[in-house]
Design a protein around this ligand. Structure first.
Ligand SMILES: [Zn+2]
Length: 236
């Protein structure tokens, strides 16, 4: 795996993210990396947002296959900053999308102090928009692995979290985080992902895409045959 190839040295700070849709195996991959760090005799601290208690309750990161590692539940990024021991070499954070925006600064500071930080979290909310601080996390990390699941509708690679309430797609107006709600989630592809919304901005954008472009510069295979001297300048 590339995290072995790129991460070297005892005190080389580093931020890596395991992201993607729900049911794509993010927790399994995080558990694998944590176990491997423990085998390498690294001192590891594992945290998870206390909003997530889907599988084993607070205090453990569990995967669908039943494996797991113990984790300290946290409510905020500041708690992580307070709880990391000076001798810790590896910090792992699961369900990181639930934490506040301050997490970007906290993990940057940890990496600057020589800590290897491993985070796992879903990158998009149920609407298909960046989830919480994930945009900043993904932009500042050294390494990003984006995992796919399988679309339950069509079987293609799934990248979206489909929220269902009473078996129906949840409207875009519903809250991003519904704690203890009766909703269910499915992994779906872009085409099968449904978010009923009365979003005017989105509608006008779709109208613009559907209308005739006024000055198209559309490249096709034929464009390759035009000699450079006669090709149309892109700008002046
Ligand atoms: Zn699909």
């Amino acid at each position: 795996m590339k995290d072995i190839a790129l991460y070297h040295g005892d005190r080389q700070g580093w931020v890596e993210v395991i992201t993607g849709v729900m049911f794509s195996g993010k927790s399994e991959e995080m558990i694998r990396r944590v176990r491997r760090a423990l085998i390498a005799r690294r001192r590891v601290q594992v945290f998870k947002s206390d909003l997530d208690d889907r599988y084993a309750g607070v205090g453990r990161i569990s995967s669908h296959d039943g494996s797991g590692v113990d984790a300290v539940p946290v409510r905020s990024s500041f708690e992580i900053a307070e709880l990391v021991h000076p001798d810790t070499q590896v910090v792992a954070i699961d369900e990181v999308q639930f934490l506040d925006d301050g997490i970007v600064e906290v993990v940057e500071a940890l990496a600057d102090h020589g800590v290897r930080v491993i985070m796992a979290g879903t990158d998009m909310d149920f609407r298909g928009l960046p989830f919480g601080a994930m945009g900043g996390i993904l932009a500042t990390a050294e390494s990003v692995d984006k995992l796919f699941a399988i679309c339950v509708v069509c079987g293609n690679p799934a990248t979206r979290n489909q929220r269902l309430v009473d078996g129906r797609p949840a409207p875009a107006e519903s809250p991003t985080i519904q704690v203890g709600g009766a909703e269910e989630y499915e992994a779906r592809c872009r085409r099968c992902h449904e978010v009923p919304a009365e979003d005017r901005a989105q509608t006008s954008l779709l109208d613009a895409l559907a209308s005739d472009p006024t000055d198209p510069l559309v490249l096709t295979h034929e464009s390759l045959r035009v000699p450079p001297a006669r090709s149309r300048p892109i700008s002046r």
